[in-house]
Design a protein around this ligand. Structure first.
Ligand SMILES: [Zn+2]
Length: 318
């Protein structure tokens, strides 16, 4: 039903790489070399999600400056994953929550060992259960954390997808390109659906990647372009709505692709990162809201010494 038309996968610590062409900004159309600036001006994937490697040549300084607000919103939306996973942004690993929040999550690195520090405003907010054989500890950590503007976070994903989209397809996405120029504009009058999934949370997998999928058969009632973007422990999927190519397709499609990224191992073979079934978000809103998870449940098995975090989605009536 779909074929891959573009993909980029980068590892933390890889050599710098560049995508696109520095002749023209694909977002606003400027071709003035002074507007386009240096090769390393524009990160193709947000730096706050750990990208220090992949840069976009076809994004001018002015667009890059506008888009930073979208990227900031996306990082806030998944802030707890970045803290728990130890993902390094521009200023080190992000803290989740501030004094006065329900809780504060901090990541520390002491002599090469990672530590997660959790402060809760009320001790009653942290629920712990130990089963009767003392084998299993279950700890519920409340997350208040940052507020983010959902529409801005969606537009960060849209910008990533448009950065990778083959140039010949850009003309079918004018409204999507134009909405990025005005901070509050939306690509259309429909819900901005995001499928969100996560992989095991602990050390975040040291990789970011994006795949652009294109519909094989133009009569199929499915979106022409789908973008899947993964950054460490988190993975997003959106359908781009084309005013030309998707006239016969319902807007605001919920995507439920269960995604696995295969990382090449230095010794040969692959290591799979398996993401959960997607949770659906509508990120159309312009009102700031708390990031989407109200708590993380840590389960630790004393017999196997294995632990895992399970995110618990915030109730939408809050
Ligand atoms: Zn531009």
């Amino acid at each position: 039903m779909y074929k891959v038309v573009a993909q980029e996968l980068v590892g933390i610590g890889d050599d710098q790489r560049f995508i696109g062409e520095a002749r023209k900004c694909r977002f606003c159309g400027t071709s003035d070399p002074s507007d386009l600036g240096k090769k390393t001006n524009a990160h193709a994937f947000p730096e706050g999600l750990g990208n220090k490697t992949l840069f976009s040549l076809g994004e001018c300084c002015s667009c890059n400056s506008k888009f930073s607000r979208y990227e900031d919103a996306l990082c806030k939306a998944v802030g707890p994953y970045l803290t728990l996973g130890g993902v390094k942004g521009k200023n080190g690993v992000r803290q989740t929550g501030r004094s006065g929040s329900v809780s504060v999550l901090k990541h520390e690195n002491n002599q090469g060992k990672r530590h997660i520090q959790i402060e809760a405003r009320n001790i009653e907010d942290i629920h712990s259960v130990i089963n009767k054989n003392n084998e299993l500890l279950r700890l519920r950590i409340p997350i208040d954390g940052d507020k983010f503007v959902p529409r801005y976070a969606y537009k960060a994903l849209l910008k990533i997808a448009l950065s990778l989209l083959p140039v010949k397809e850009l003309c079918s996405y004018r409204q999507n390109l134009e909405c990025l120029q005005e901070i509050d504009d939306a690509p259309g009058d429909y819900p901005l659906q995001v499928g969100f999934s996560y992989a095991s949370i602990g050390n975040a997998p040291p990789t970011l990647g994006c795949v652009i999928l294109q519909r094989n058969n133009d009569t199929d009632p499915v979106p022409y372009i789908i973008a899947i973007f993964q950054a460490g422990s988190v993975c997003f999927q959106i359908a781009l709505c084309s005013e030309e190519k998707d006239r016969h397709v319902q807007n605001a499609v919920s995507l439920g692709i269960v995604w696995t990224t295969q990382l090449a191992k230095p010794e040969g073979g692959f290591f799979p990162i398996e993401y959960s079934s997607p949770i659906q978000f509508d990120w159309s809103g312009l009102s700031p809201q708390l990031q989407p998870f109200e708590a993380f449940e840590l389960t630790f098995n004393a017999l196997t010494t294995q632990g895992a975090y399970l995110p618990l989605a915030r109730r939408t009536d809050q």
